[in-house]
Write a protein of this length. Structure first.
Length: 135
């Protein structure tokens, strides 16, 4: 198991703990990063070395005008080739989760438990799809 996979698991667990304590905005942050870290885990597995993976990351980052755009686009592109239903779910909902994370981190908004649970459920379902199709 890569460190990315472990971080992804920890972020989902953290989201759950934060919701339980009433820290809803912070939980949304953790839910989102659980997806990002799982995607990094899955992408890294495609490369023979960390150096090759780092080169791929730098190239993708520049081409897609941002790190998160790059990895989301990469995984969505691959999902499109595998399963159309899963492609639509992940494509739509990872972007919704990203928007929630941006609002939670950078906007003067206080979220409630229902939004935090929506974010966590998006993250859980996206992670299940990614693991099913790519692991």
């Amino acid at each position: 198991m890569s460190n990315w996979r472990e971080k992804s698991i920890q972020n989902l667990m953290s989201a759950d703990l934060l919701i339980g304590e009433g820290f809803y905005s912070a939980s949304i942050h953790c839910s989102y990063y659980s997806n990002i870290q799982l995607i990094l885990h899955l992408l890294q597995k495609k490369f023979p070395s960390l150096d090759e993976f780092d080169k791929y990351q730098r190239k993708g980052f520049k081409k897609n005008k941002g790190f998160h755009n790059w990895i989301i686009n990469d995984v969505v592109k691959n999902l499109f080739k595998i399963n159309n239903e899963d492609f639509r779910y992940v494509s739509n909902n990872i972007r919704k989760l990203k928007k929630l994370r941006i609002e939670a981190d950078y906007k003067d908004i206080i979220f409630d438990e229902s939004k935090a649970n929506v974010a966590k459920n998006y993250a859980l379902h996206i992670n299940k799809i990614l693991m099913k199709l790519f692991e």
